[in-house]
Design a protein around this ligand. Structure first.
Ligand SMILES: NC(=O)c1ccc[n+]([C@@H]2O[C@H](COP(=O)([O-])OP(=O)(O)OC[C@H]3O[C@@H](n4cnc5c(N)ncnc54)[C@H](OP(=O)(O)O)[C@@H]3O)[C@@H](O)[C@H]2O)c1
Length: 205
């Protein structure tokens, strides 16, 4: 019998969406949260053993968004406010991805896995034209192509790890700030452990 040893050197958490309406999955989760946060969290946590096998070169790249600059980290994961705002929920989700990337570094960097969040820039994709039709029309021809949006993902996957900063947020092949001046978002990252506790409880793990 042949035994095959599987390892994963690079996991890219790219799946994501901005759903403007409050839609609930069959499991009862708000849809943006389910895909952007629960998906990212579950994929990463469940693939850790395979990533560890590719250490010290293993890495997790999470495609967040510059949209997160407007949102602090909140423990209101599924937007309990009666007046649902998909753009706000998307920004909150993308902020969680950045804070998770920091926390994962703290928890797992010693296992030889690097964690990086990034912003692809604004690219003309099916997701953008569906979720933000006015934005997409107004900037038609001026947005990035999908290939341009993917550039930093590929760069992060191929850089020698010693040139990268685990836990950081990248934009256009360079480390970028996680917080804008006067946005008052930086203190909110202290909530990440409580967010993770919530995720684990929702996932019953
Ligand atoms: N485009 C931009 O300007 C921009 C800016 C900032 C950040 N981003 C981020 O970039 C990533 C890619 O977005 P995009 O613009 O390329 O959008 P896209 O064209 O809509 O692609 C989204 C991807 O997510 C997957 N996906 C969506 N809902 C899913 C679900 N319920 N289950 C499994 N997979 C699901 C899609 O899979 P299917 O193809 O199978 O549907 C698709 O591969 C996202 O995380 C997005 O937030 C994009």
């Amino acid at each position: 019998m042949i035994e095959v040893e599987i390892s994963i050197a690079t996991l890219v958490n790219n799946a994501g969406l901005l759903e403007n309406n409050r839609v609930t999955t069959s499991e009862g989760f708000e849809l943006n949260f389910a895909v952007n946060v629960l998906g990212t969290y579950t994929m990463t946590e469940s693939l850790l053993p395979l990533l560890e096998k590719a250490a010290p070169d293993a890495r997790v790249i999470t495609v967040s968004s510059g949209g997160m600059y407007t949102a602090p980290l909140t423990t209101d994961l599924q937007f309990s406010d009666a007046k649902f705002n998909g753009v706000e929920q998307y920004a909150r989700n993308k902020r969680i991805q950045v804070a998770l990337t920091e926390k994962w570094t703290e928890m797992y960097e010693n296992k030889g896995i690097g964690f990086y969040a990034m912003h692809p820039g604004w690219a003309e994709t099916p997701g953008v034209s569906r979720a933000l039709p006015d934005f997409s029309k107004a900037l038609s021809g001026k947005l990035r192509t999908s290939e341009e949006g993917a550039d930093t993902v590929v760069w992060l996957a191929l850089q020698p790890k010693e040139k990268l900063v685990s836990g950081a947020f990248y934009f256009d092949r360079a480390e970028a700030p996680k917080h804008l001046m006067f946005a008052a978002t930086s203190g909110s990252h202290a909530l990440i452990s409580s967010v993770i506790d919530n995720l684990r409880s929702l996932l019953s793990v």
